[in-house]
Design a protein around this ligand. Sequence first.
Ligand code: KIV
Ligand code: ZN
Length: 392
Amino acid sequence: MSDNKVQIFDTTLRDGEQVPGCKLNTEQKLIIAEQLDLLGVDIIEAGFPVSSPGDFKSVEAISKLVKKATVCGLTRSVENDIKVAGEALKYAVKPRIHTGIGTSESHIKFKFNSNPDAIIERAVNAVKYAKSFVEDVEFYAEDAGRTDNEYLARVCEAVIKAGATVLNIPDTTGYCLPHEYGAKIKYLKENVKGIDKAILSCHCHNDLGLATANSIEGVINGARQIECTINGIGERAGNTALEEVVMILKQHPYLNLDTGIQTEMLYGISQLVSDSMGIYTQPNKAIVGANAFAHSSGIHQDGVIKNRETYEIIDPKDVGVTESAIVLTARSGRAALAYRAKNIGYELTKLQLDEIYTNFLDFADQKKEVDDNDIHKIIENSKVYNEITSAE
Ligand code: KIV
Ligand code: ZN
């Protein structure tokens, strides 16, 4: 793998599916998994096989279906979880077991009633046992975001020795600030013996709205895998949004970090996930929201009509959106009205536009958004309608 390739680990079907009320059946998961494989993600986390017979069945079916991506199953550091995951993944072309344990003080004390050395022993045993099923074993240090860096480095060193190929450093509670998360990754890069044998992975939650920023700081500081979900869905406030990290790396080429994602598929897959899970995507969601390429104020519309890049940093076609939208509201100016009227066949002179614009503003004050039918009506009811049609 080249040094500047960032692997995209999609967990829509595992962490994403933990959203209350978003349960998918196997058939729906297979459709999404097929699209994720076409999208070019490197790893698909297909589920948590021991959690239910339905999840086992889905992970097994996805393992049989997916040909390009690695298929991964989650486990706790519990023998039976690992055995069941090994079983569910046995048909995968490239199987991975994702095992781990909580490493923060609070997890060690309250969740496990244990101590730091005993946790390392459990982690090592889990990785060794997982290695008896698959070669590719990823270890997660749950709540790494709130884990002391020195101890975290000890955990990482021990699991690399046991055979872990990827080290997941989750900010499970979404607490870290970007510079702290970046420093954590840097610390591990510089202080873990054997780190060159493993890939560091960012797994960030969005409780403070920082999941994307933290993941980007992680890769800037040496991580080479990002764990993310379509539309950023996931536990509580969600996970890092796949479409956001992918487009950040694409739009900032000087970072020299690439993903293999077919970005033109992003909008379609966002809609697929939103429809299948019944989760509506907020209109102002970056990259894939309904308003991500819509311009509504007069000043912005005028700028975009003259040159799209005045107010857009991404070509909508790059993410599968056909074109930028010029939305007509009472805040729109003459340029937007002329542009939309032209799209439906009216070439207006300056005087005709002045006349129609006054009627348009009266109309737009009554209705939130003016559509093509409304423009026809406004023009047909104007004093200049005959003049316009006789000139055609
Ligand atoms: O957020 C988290 O810590 C997780 C782990 C189970 C990987 O999802
Ligand atoms: Zn998570």
